[in-house]
Design a protein around this ligand. Structure first.
Ligand code: IPD
Ligand code: CA
Ligand code: CA
Length: 281
């Protein structure tokens, strides 16, 4: 069992390239061969018609669960599809073992439509602290890696988000209406104001990458599922950005956050958006 964060740092220094390889292999073996070749029986609905799962999601998660667990003995995996099958497995986020947080296909809707805007998301956390993450868009062949305290990189190039362009509306990707309850929509209404240009998000993981690349100013999301956010939050932090809940606290991957929350390209923008979201009174 890995006991100390220093030991995990050592693991990352030695084996980060192996994690990268596992992520690429999961996509090469289980996702890409099914891209634009999915048969109807390989696609199922979860909570409704917008919430899909395919054989690629299930098999890529199974591949990563085995590969990542073997790379770091004593670690556990919280994967989207495993949690769907058994919600109790989500509780591992609260435990003492290092946790791999896996979204095998983020943007399954785009994947099913044959569009390239989807990715595989993996993060490593320990006692609620995000230590490393991988965001891989296999059709675009883009791999972003973040290592706590060591930076964010896209295909080996350092990412620095920088401040927004002065005088331009803030570009904000926000919870897609198909995935948002009426109460959540109400909490997001403040974004439809002068100086802000909100739009529905695509793959959450790729929106975080867009912030880290300086192509998007912020996201505002109203749900907590760790697999959607873990990789991207560290990527944006390491590119110089910040995240804040509507209460002004950093978002906690272990849950219990006040929602919605924003993630932005710099701290000033995170405060500006969080302030907008705060209910009057
Ligand atoms: C979804 C995507 C989508 C976002 C949803 C997520 P999935 O993840 O990121 O863009 O709007 O809220 O659940 O189901 O494709 O992994
Ligand atoms: Ca997702
Ligand atoms: Ca998914």
């Amino acid at each position: 069992m890995i006991e100390e964060t220093e030991t995990i740092d050592g693991f990352l220094a030695r084996r980060s390239a192996d994690v990268e390889e596992a992520v690429r292999e999961a996509a090469a073996q289980e996702i890409l061969p099914r891209f634009r070749r999915l048969a109807a029986h390989e696609v199922d609905q979860k909570s409704g018609p917008h919430d899909l799962v395919t054989d690629a999601d299930r098999l890529a998660e199974a591949y990563l669960t085995e590969a990542l667990g073997a790379l770091l003995p004593g670690s556990v995996v919280v994967g989207e599809e495993a949690v769907h099958a058994d919600p109790v497995t989500y509780e591992a986020l609260q435990g003492d073992a290092p946790v791999w947080i896996v979204d095998p296909v983020d943007g399954t809707r785009q994947f099913v439509r044959g569009e390239d805007g989807f990715c595989t998301l993996v993060a490593l956390a320990h006692r609620g602290v995000l230590l490393a993450s991988w965001t891989y868009a296999p059709v675009r062949d883009q791999l972003a890696v973040a290592l706590r305290g060591r930076g964010a990189f896209l295909d080996g190039e350092r990412l620095l988000a920088g401040p927004p362009t002065p005088g331009r509306d803030l570009a904000v990707a926000t919870s897609h209406p198909d995935y948002t309850t009426d109460g959540q929509k109400q909490a997001l209404r403040a974004l439809w104001t002068e100086g802000v240009a909100p739009r529905p998000c695509g793959s959450a993981g790729l929106e975080y990458l867009a912030i880290a690349r300086g192509e998007l100013d912020a996201t505002v999301f109203s749900w907590e599922a760790a697999w959607d956010h873990a990789a991207g939050l560290l990527l944006v932090e390491e590119a110089g950005g910040a995240h804040l809940t509507v209460d002004g606290e950093p978002f906690r991957i272990t849950g219990g956050n006040a929602l919605p929350f924003t993630t932005a390209r710099d701290t000033a923008t995170a405060h500006r958006v969080a302030e907008l979201l705060r209910p009057a009174g």
